[in-house]
Design a protein around this ligand. Structure first.
Ligand code: HEM
Length: 226
């Protein structure tokens, strides 16, 4: 196993596998959050199920957090290795001549997403952990709020225009990161042969539609507060 991570291709495959996992998470995260726009009651029900189901809380959630941390750490390791290699054979890398801006700047788009994660966790994840695991309140209720609290909490967060602005900027960088990352992950797994164009198109659709959808959710709640 140690040998696998020491090889350049092993690291790339590990990076790609964690990327696939995170892209699937992002799809389900979007599917749940978009419910908040169309049907707050269903959003509340689904959020309560996700937030209280022991299999999700004690099984999937730790795996997800491990996946996120692994992807970040591996990304830094790959960048460092590339950087060291570049010092030796820089003549071959002529910037825009043989690579795109997005592919050369994965570390920067990644760092913006990391900054977003810190903000996003302070906004949603830490309060959730505090309510359930520290205060021991698994009821999903909040004084003065009719029904479950999740929709109400989400709308409160998106009142602040600075937060909404930061989220929107982060989602643009997420699109840039995905635009390169999607096809790159498939390439690392060797599944592009003969299907390159189709994959690129699916990648483009995923990378643009999903972040635009997240931007829509943030703006919708900012401008439609009940
Ligand atoms: C408007 C957009 C978004 C909204 C409204 C939103 C909402 C939420 C909420 C309410 C939670 C807390 C869930 C809980 O733990 O109970 C959460 C957690 C999380 N979000 Fe988002 N999110 C958005 C965008 C994103 C994006 C774009 C990403 C990734 C790039 C992301 C990654 C995460 C992660 C990793 C967690 C922790 C998951 C967990 O362990 O529960 N979110 N989000």
């Amino acid at each position: 196993m140690g040998g696998f991570f020491k090889s350049s291709i092993g690291r790339k495959v590990a990076m790609a596998l964690s990327a696939f996992f995170l892209m699937i998470f992002l799809l389900q995260h979007f599917a749940i959050n978009i419910l908040s726009v169309f049907n707050p009651d269903v959003f509340n029900e689904v959020s309560h199920f996700m937030g209280t189901n022991p299999l999700i809380q004690y099984g999937l959630q730790p795996v997800l957090l491990f996946g996120v941390i692994f992807h970040f750490v591996m990304g830094f390791v790959l960048e460092l290795k590339n950087w060291n290699a570049r010092k030796i054979s820089y003549a071959k890398n002529k910037g825009s001549a043989n690579s795109t801006w997005m592919s050369r700047n994965m570390i920067w788009s990644g760092l913006v997403i990391l900054a977003f994660f810190i903000l996003h966790f302070i906004d949603f994840w830490f309060p959730e952990i505090n309510t359930k695991f520290i205060q021991g309140d698994w009821s999903g209720l909040h004084e003065g709020v009719d029904g479950y609290r999740y929709f109400h909490e989400l709308q409160e967060k998106f009142l602040n225009p600075v937060r909404v602005g930061a989220y929107v900027i982060a989602f643009v960088f997420l699109a840039l990161h995905l635009l390169h990352g999607f096809t790159s992950a498939f390439q690392s797994m060797g599944v592009t042969a003969g299907r390159k164009k189709t994959l690129q198109n699916i990648g483009k659709a995923y990378s643009i539609i999903l972040p635009l959808g997240f931007i829509f959710i943030a703006l919708y709640h900012h401008f439609n507060h009940h």
